[in-house]
Ligand binder design. Structure first.
Ligand code: NOJ
Length: 753
């Protein structure tokens, strides 16, 4: 064989090896499509409508009495809340052994931040700015869920939230689309892995599609009005990222959007999701959101609601039963087509096939026992909690506390509340499993440190009766940890607030402790940004811990005594007053920027217009210096890329983490743009004195925006980059983009993040 022949043979073999997995995946996809069509051809209309129905189980995981019979007749495709291997296997057995077509059920459940081992609430996880840890948290949640018979989680929640009054801000990743997209990818990967038929993975669900977080007044379920530009640039990117990461399902939302409720919105459900993004999984409605189309007065009766939702692209109906009740009649009247129904069934079957349910419909009790609360999972949640902590303030190195204290006072009911530690919507989590801060401090400190616990008041802190006792404890101790915040049920679904103050008399309690004149630190537990102006001004140190999960107490205690160095950053802006809302860092400019010397500029009479703590803020027990910002080019073509790098150095005396953040500002453009936008970040760990160069890439997807015709494009002109440790300040440089030579891209091919 000649050298040339040998080389071409080698090339042929390499190409074949590389192509093999692709070919295999294509074959698998084709097989799935063939199986779907074969099944579809055998299904009656009733059985098809049955696949589109999801019903609720009991809160404790049991199925409801009517469900076995519905399953037997092929009239139920899925349940939510039915969980635990015994329950799921019982119902599944009826589906795969007693129903005519033996189509397995898909069991869904809200695994929002852990199944039994509870992780920090999603907003806390987002504070880690650490996609790898967030992915790991989702992976653990998936392993426990699947082991307990759950195939499908209603997570990740990808709603951008610019309004802290909205209680569901706790369930998401905050206000920024870039961070939101990065964490969306991480969570989808964590839940689903490369193949969600694996015995330790579940199907993910990107929710709530879409703009649910824009509820007017921050009042849950309220109407939303959002321009297409803001949808595409702010609200869509995390969802787009989830589709790119292969998310199996979407959930349509409760809210009305620009006059068309999102559970019947052809623009979002069909044009964008199926058309532009080529999503081939299925969409489930939110809880009775199909029926609620009647409350919106979009639907004129039940049949109309079913027609509007299914016709717009909601494939599965959660809890209400209008598809089943009216599907046949709608078909007869030609108000729905057979093709529309078939397409919904096809999408649901596709996910069931991909989840491996036809091959492995059952779960295994031994596996369930081994998975839940597994020690590995406890380590993972403790680690995640440690990475979620945000040090908001630390004057004169008040924190960390000295381990050799003779006495420590712990004040605040939240310090010893297991229920609050695991936060709202905690899956199958049990409060008995949770380690509170008080318990963790007792475990951590030697018996030489006397710990005095005084609640001060019980939630919602209506009375000051216990204040004296708390003050006495503070006075008699070397230091005090004051734990303040919200109870877990003050955020989450249907938990909007009109005030962002610490509930009840907690600020008075804090003032009383402050007046005792002894060293103290504030630990916050809360599900949303709070207007903690007094504490921010007067208290020496504030550690934001959100709701830190099953092992949260240990992580917080570790941070208070320096065994963990907090390195998280805020994924949301903390306002000074509720009246400033919406307040977010990537806002537009005004023709009259705030000017203290000019009344007729954009500001308030009674409060500064700036935040209390900006997006991206977070301190450390050590210090970092950023230097040497370098750009690979001063000019790039509009379709080009550039790299940027900066050196970050730990100049302090402890190891610690810094999150280097890259923001981009467009100097001038054909539509107005935000003052700055996050376009890169990296969390780095450095030993004292250690330096590292962190590198970022800017590409058209970062530089572009939607123009007046909704085309995604990069316009020539000047840009400024700012690299810093929060959304305020940092090193800046600029570069220019010049006209590209290749044709402009259109919306359908453009990325939005
Ligand atoms: C309503 C909530 O909006 C949604 O997030 C959740 O997944 C469903 N209920 C099911 O519990």
């Amino acid at each position: 064989m000649s050298k040339a022949q040998r080389m071409s043979l080698a090339l042929f073999l390499v190409l074949n090896i590389l192509a093999a997995p692709v070919a295999q995946a294509q074959r698998a996809r084709r097989d799935v499509e063939r199986s779907i069509e074969a099944l579809l051809a055998r299904m009656t209309l009733e059985e098809k409508l049955g696949q589109l129905q999801q019903l609720d189980g009991h809160a404790d995981g049991r199925y409801k009495d009517e469900q076995p019979e519905l399953v037997r007749k092929g009239l139920l495709g899925s349940t939510l809340n039915v969980r635990g291997v015994r329950n799921t296997n019982e119902l599944q057995r009826i589906a795969v052994e007693e129903s005519r077509l033996k189509i397995p059920l898909i069991f869904g459940f809200d695994v929002i931040h852990g199944y039994r081992t509870i992780f920090p609430v999603p907003l806390a996880e987002a504070s880690s700015w650490d996609p790898a840890s967030v992915e790991r948290a989702a992976q653990v949640a998936a392993a426990e869920s699947r082991a307990a018979g759950v195939h499908w989680t209603f997570a990740p929640m990808l709603d951008i939230a610019r309004d802290a009054r909205w209680g569901r801000i706790v369930e998401g990743s905050g206000e920024d689309p870039y961070l939101g997209a990065a964490l969306a990818r991480a969570r989808v990967r964590g839940f689903q892995g490369a193949d969600y038929s694996a015995p330790d993975r579940v199907v993910a669900c990107a929710k709530h599609w879409v703009a649910y977080g824009a509820a007017e007044g921050g009042r849950d379920y309220n109407t939303t009005e959002v321009s297409e530009t803001t949808l595409r640039e702010i609200y869509f990117p995390p969802f787009r990222a989830a589709v790119e990461a292969g998310v199996g399902t979407f959930m349509s939302a409760f809210n009305d959007l620009n006059g068309v409720p999102t559970s019947a919105n052809p623009f979002t459900l069909t044009r964008v999701l199926r058309g532009e993004w080529k999503f081939d999984g299925f969409v489930v409605s939110d809880y009775e959101s199909v029926k609620e189309l009647m409350n919106h007065k979009l639907a004129d009766g039940e049949a109309d609601a079913a027609r509007l939702a299914l016709g717009a692209g909601v494939d599965m109906e959660m809890v209400s039963r209008l598809y089943n009740k009216h599907g046949a009649e709608l078909l007869r009247q030609n108000r729905l087509t057979r093709a529309e129904i078939d397409e919904a069934v096809r999408r649901i079957l596709r996910v069931k096939f991909r989840a491996g349910l036809f091959d492995n419909p059952y779960a295994d009790e031994a596996r369930e026992r081994a998975a839940l609360m597994n020690p590995e999972h406890q380590r993972a949640t403790r680690e995640m909690a440690a990475r979620s902590l945000v040090l908001l303030k630390n004057e004169r190195e008040t924190l960390p506390l000295d381990r050799n204290l003779r006495s420590l006072a712990v004040v605040g009911a939240l310090a010893d509340s297991q229920l609050d530690m695991i936060g709202s919507w905690s899956g199958d989590g049990r409060k008995e499993d949770a380690v509170t801060l008080l318990a963790a401090l007792r475990a951590k400190l030697s018996p030489r440190t006397e710990i005095k616990f005084a609640k001060g008041c019980d939630a919602p802190c209506a009375s000051g009766e216990g204040f004296d006792e708390a003050v006495r404890a503070a006075r008699e101790s070397d230091a005090t940890v004051v734990v303040l915040g919200e109870s877990a049920d003050m955020s989450g679904e249907a938990a909007s607030r009109s005030s962002l103050e610490l509930p009840g008399r907690q600020t008075d309690l804090l003032k009383a402790i402050h007046a005792a004149g002894k060293p103290y630190v504030v630990v916050l537990m809360n599900g949303r940004p709070l207007t903690i102006n007094w504490a921010a001004e007067n208290s020496p140190a504030i550690l934001e811990t959100w709701f830190a999960g099953t092992q949260g107490g240990h992580a917080v205690a570790d941070a208070l005594f320096g065994d963990v160095n907090p390195g998280g950053k805020l994924p949301v802006t903390f306002p000074r007053a509720v009246g400033q809302i919406p307040l977010y860092y990537n806002h537009k400019r005004t023709g009259r920027p705030s000017d203290a010397n000019n009344k007729y500029t954009s500001k308030y009479l009674d409060v500064a217009w700036t935040p209390l703590f900006p997006f991206g803020h977070g301190l450390s027990y050590t210090q970092f210096r950023l230097t040497g910002l370098q750009l690979s080019a001063a000019r790039i073509p509009a379709d080009g890329r550039m790299t940027l790098s900066v050196e970050v150095e730990n100049t302090g005396r402890r190891a610690g983490d810094e999150v280097v953040q890259l923001y981009l500002t467009d100097a001038a453009s054909s539509v107005t743009r935000p003052v700055k936008e996050l376009k890169g970040f990296e969390r780095v760990t450095l030993r004292p004195g250690e330096k590292r160069r962190v590198q970022f890439t800017l590409a058209p997807e970062h530089l572009g925006f939607y123009d007046r015709e909704m085309r995604f494009r990069v316009e020539p002109g000047a840009f400024t980059v700012t690299v810093g440790n929060s959304s305020e300040g940092g090193l800046t440089s600029s570069f220019e983009v010049f006209e590209q030579r290749t044709p402009r891209r259109r919306v359908s091919s453009g990325r939005v993040n």
